[in-house]
Design a protein around this ligand. Structure first.
Ligand code: ADP
Length: 626
């Protein structure tokens, strides 16, 4: 018989499992039970629409059997089963191999963490088994197949016989060693404990034959051993239990096994809604970006249950895009089991639930912001960008819902702040919310334009995400305070006298300034400014498009390029001002060269490319060689 090799990724995970030093090996049972339960969900769900499937719901059970003599632990389900091809595909390749590869390389997590925190599924059986056999027969199929593997060498698949449909997994438990007592996984008491701990909520009975010593009838001291079948789980879904009855560990363990997550969530949201519409809600806000979040494969959505029966794995209509990172489930007895996806989308009740879920997530986030700032900041650093897109998308239709959840870095507080906080701190007479854009907080902090505004003791929001300025444009204002880019040329921070003085100066030097402008025609205007303290020059913009926006838009593929209307401003109090004036009198050609250099400087400060680096370099050399 041919021994087949595991796919590379699977082999790596398998090696990890086999040689695992991970202490929490017991989770293998949780994973296998969870698979069994999923398989029965699938079969039951199909039976609702396929009249060829006749099953008695009460027969859908999971059976565990431990045989100490043979050292086998068997888990048997009446689920959908797998044919030869499915055995090959599902067990020869780990389902989420992508995530595994990603975690290992990018996060450099140690092996123990991978096993502990990432839903590892079927392969976890190899932590406790020297050999695993999977015998499976799909419902209605003629043939059954057996998949066998001792781990790293590969696996075999051959035909076999199996009376009933479903899947039986036989684990040949490893021998005990000095460090590990694998025999514990054959112990009834221990197995009961593991099931209770991780799989209590499974909605199918998990049954096990247990031996009990009982007094012989009519005897006072003679015992006999009896085998009775016990149901080990309460079958109450975790999401139907009161929050107070469930420990954090249980919520988290459910999350890792159910949603293939590897790190505990930042927040668990659990609520029961009763009234015209009834439903239970269990939501998780992940603490990290899901590994495939920014790929095409990522699908948002919540699991949808009708009275404990899974009717949809990912119901996307239940989550708005800006909360797409939320994982979890909704269970409502008011939704029909047989509802098709198409009808579901139109379903009024579903829409109401979706609206409520959105409100609930929002209020939980607000709560976190108010009560646990540190946690919220962590959340915002991870998912804030989604909220920003939420504000920006669809022409800002959702902006009012989200604006109070936004945060930006503050020049005075040196941390993330909300718009509300900014506004409550505004100086007397301040009527604008000032912001500056750039790649990093440090770079923004060094912008000449920022210096002047900081000098006047205004708080400035530092925008470092590309989308930030677009977000503010969509918001237009916050509590009627408009947003003002410190690089806008109409910032208007000056006193009346200063303004007049500056206007006078610009008027006097009109001819010189227009000669300079002609030298650099890209620029709409060259003028003196009093907004700068130490710096000689800066670029400002006029109109709706700022330099940062120009950069972002021009970086987009298939987009026409745009040009911000820029102005070159020269510090009226800097020595360079007088130098320029005197050059205008003595050497106009030299003035043109100075202009080009100053403009190149201003562009570099803004992080823009200069079109003529060689020319500028030569000019600078010419100057310093004098
Ligand atoms: P996951 O459950 O996260 O998809 P697993 O490695 O645990 O990953 O299982 C891989 C696949 O094998 C499952 O998605 C499922 O299709 C199939 N499978 C596993 N166990 C069973 C079972 N008991 N019955 C039917 N199919 C199963």
């Amino acid at each position: 018989m041919e021994t087949k090799q595991f796919k590379a990724e699977s082999k790596r995970l398998l090696d990890l499992m086999i040689n695992s030093i991970y202490t929490n090996k017991e989770i293998f049972l949780r994973e296998l039970i969870s698979n069994a339960s999923d398989a029965m969900d699938k079969l039951y769900y199909n039976s609702l629409t396929d009249k060829n499937i006749n099953i008695n719901k009460d027969n859908l059970t999971i059976k565990i059997n431990a045989d100490k003599q043979k050292r086998t632990l068997t888990i048997e389900d009446k689920g959908i089963g797998m044919n030869a091809e499915e055995l090959e595909n599902n067990l020869g390749t780990i389902a989420q191999s992508g995530s595994f590869a990603f975690k290992n390389e990018n996060e450099k997590k140690d092996d123990v963490n991978i096993i502990g925190q990432f839903g590892v599924g079927f392969y976890s059986a190899f932590m406790v088994s020297k050999e695993v056999e999977v015998i499976s027969k799909p419902y209605g199929a003629e043939k059954a197949y057996i998949w066998k593997s001792k781990g790293a060498e590969g696996y075999t698949i051959e035909e076999t016989t199996k009376e009933d449909f479903g899947t039986t997994i036989i684990l040949h438990i490893k021998e005990d060693s000095e460090e590990e007592k694998y025999s514990e996984f054959l112990d009834e008491y221990r197995i009961k404990g593991i099931v209770k701990r991780y799989s209590d909520y499974i909605r199918y009975p998990i049954k096990m034959d247990v031996t009990k010593k009982e007094l012989k009838q009519g005897s006072k001291d003679e015992y006999e051993e009896k085998t009775i079948t016990e149901t080990l789980n309460s079958m109450i879904p975790i999401w139907k239990k009161k929050k107070s009855e469930v420990t954090d560990e249980e919520f988290n363990s459910f999350y890792t096994s159910k949603f293939g997550e590897f790190e505990t969530p930042i927040k668990v949201i659990r609520s029961t809604v009763e009234g015209t519409l009834n439903y239970d809600l269990l939501l998780y806000i992940p603490s990290n970006v899901p590994y495939n979040y920014y790929t095409k494969e990522f699908e948002k959505g919540l699991q949808l249950y009708s009275n404990g029966v899974l009717i949809m794995e990912k119901c996307k209509d239940l989550l708005p895009d800006y909360f797409s990172f939320v994982k979890g489930l909704v269970d409502s007895p008011d939704l029909s089991l047989n509802i098709s996806r198409e009808i579901l989308q139109q379903d009024r009740q579903l829409k109401t639930i979706a609206k409520n879920i959105e409100k609930k997530i929002k209020s939980e986030l607000e709560d976190m912001l108010n009560k646990n700032r540190e946690e919220y900041e962590k959340f915002f650093k991870t998912f804030g960008i989604q909220l920003k897109f939420g504000v920006y998308n669809n022409f800002g239709i959702d902006k009012d819902k989200l604006k109070d959840l936004l945060m930006f870095y503050s020049s005075t507080e040196k941390k993330l702040v909300t718009l509300k906080e900014y506004v409550t701190r505004m100086k007397e007479g301040q009527d604008k919310i000032y912001y500056a854009c750039g790649e990093t907080v440090n770079k923004i902090d060094m912008l000449p334009q920022v210096e002047g505004v900081k000098d006047k003791e205004y708080e400035i929001l530092y925008l470092t995400d590309e989308i930030d300025e677009f977000v503010l444009q969509v918001l237009i204002n916050y509590e009627e305070k408009e947003f003002a880019n410190v690089s806008a040329n109409n910032l208007n921070l000056d006193s009346k006298e200063d303004k007049e003085k500056l206007e006078k100066l610009n008027e006097e030097c009109k001819d010189m300034l227009s000669l300079m402008q002609e030298t650099i025609p890209e620029v709409a205007k060259v003028c003196f400014t009093n907004r700068l303290k130490e710096h000689p020059v800066c670029l400002t913009t006029e109109g709706a498009i700022s330099v940062e926006m120009q950069k972002v838009i021009n970086a987009l593929p298939n987009n026409k390029t745009i040009q911000a209307k820029t102005l070159l401003e020269i510090n009226e109090n800097h020595a360079i001002a007088n130098k320029l004036k005197s050059l205008y009198e003595s050497d106009k050609e030299e003035l043109k060269k100075y202009t080009k250099i100053l403009y190149a400087q201003a562009k570099l400060i803004e992080g823009l490319n200069i079109d003529n680096p060689t020319e500028i370099s030569n000019l600078i050399c010419e100057m310093i060689s004098k």
